[in-house]
Unconditional design. Structure first.
Length: 351
């Protein structure tokens, strides 16, 4: 670990821990990934995810994201014959999406920053996309474009036929879209998998339900996650229906714990809580950015993957557990050889 200043979690992530193969390629079940359990009081426990129900109490509410991952990476030719890839991020309407353009260099991609308004790219199956305007006027921020697609068919069908899942650069093999779905995946719309839910299996869910744990589904469609240092998340579409709002509000009134499965669930819930601490049904975009100074109004605990150095998600984790808690947990995770990223191990943060 590096020397740090309070509120800034910095660490060196050993390369062997950075990007593991999917569980399917490691011959283990999804619920056999490792689980690190930590509390603000300093308790640390190492186990596997199939023991997750033993840390959850009767009456607890698990908030889960039912967004399903869509194939969102499309090949494109950049000026000069360079190879590129469009990462399709956030739907604005039937034709307009936010996109990120990346140039392929060796076995990785980097942001391509030479785009100008009006530029047209030819895409597979006689489709094309036109760059309309930069999403951020500050050129130091995430390089997203508002883009107009002309595919000649519904976007969902065109993506299914011509795109593939976005994958981390350290994975040199293409995996099927099913690897990027969770037990809860039902509503297509996420560019990248809400990966905190990947360890859940039918058997594990049954054990939780028999124990008296409640599940509260939300939808938050994730965009591209290639945020760099000091870049805040952009608007994402979300839904919280009246039933989920009632489940959460009733549980809070009874003193039950609300545990979010993933940072997407925290962002959704905390977006729609009013000044009285009541969760309000909502359908629309969220622009909430949760940093370390934010005080959680609803969420008590979090199940999450491990986030890379300087990622904005680390700010949210500190809001849940506090700086010392998260710093201590990440130091322990590196020492114990936990895997990072979407196919990696999990971290349960409890009060």
């Amino acid at each position: 670990m590096k020397t740090i200043t309070p509120s800034i979690i910095q660490f060196d992530l050993p390369l062997p821990l950075a990007c593991p193969l999917p569980t399917e390629e490691r011959n283990i079940e999804r619920d056999e990934v490792r689980l690190l359990v930590t509390t603000k009081a300093g308790h640390i426990e190492h186990t596997t995810f199939n023991h997750f129900p033993s840390f959850i109490q009767k009456g607890d509410v698990l908030v889960v994201n039912t967004s399903a991952t869509i194939a969102s990476a499309v090949p494109v030719s950049l000026p000069g014959g360079r190879r590129g890839r469009l990462h399709i991020s956030t739907k604005l309407n039937d034709r307009k999406w936010l996109i990120e353009i990346r140039e392929i260099t060796g076995n990785k991609t980097i942001r391509w920053k030479e785009g100008v308004e009006g530029m047209v790219f030819q895409l597979p199956s006689a489709a094309r996309v036109t760059l309309k305007q930069r999403f951020y006027t500050n050129e130091q921020w995430l390089h997203l474009w508002v883009a107009d697609f002309n595919t000649g068919q519904p976007m969902q069908a065109w993506l299914a036929a011509n795109a593939r899942p976005i994958q981390y650069e350290k994975l040199d093999h293409q995996y099927p879209l099913s690897y990027y779905q969770t037990f809860f995946s039902f509503h297509p719309g996420s560019s990248e998998m809400p990966s905190a839910g990947r360890g859940f299996t039918s058997d594990l869910i049954q054990r939780l339900l028999k124990k008296g744990v409640l599940l509260a589904p939300i939808i938050l469609h994730t965009g591209v996650s290639s945020l760099e240092e000091n870049e805040t998340p952009y608007p994402e579409y979300m839904e919280i229906d009246p039933v989920t709002a009632s489940i959460i509000n009733t549980a809070k009134s009874l003193g039950r714990r609300i545990i979010a499965v993933g940072t997407t669930c925290i962002r959704a819930i905390e977006t729609v809580v009013n000044n009285e601490g009541i969760v309000i049904p909502y359908r629309g975009n969220t622009e909430l950015f949760i940093d370390e100074s934010y005080t959680m109004k609803v969420v008590d605990g979090l199940l999450s993957g491990f986030h890379e150095p300087r990622a904005s998600h680390l700010n949210m984790l500190q809001s849940v557990g506090g700086f010392e808690h998260i710093h201590r947990a990440y130091k322990e995770a590196i020492k114990a050889g936990y895997y990072w990223h979407q196919f990696g191990d999990l971290h349960l943060i409890l009060p």
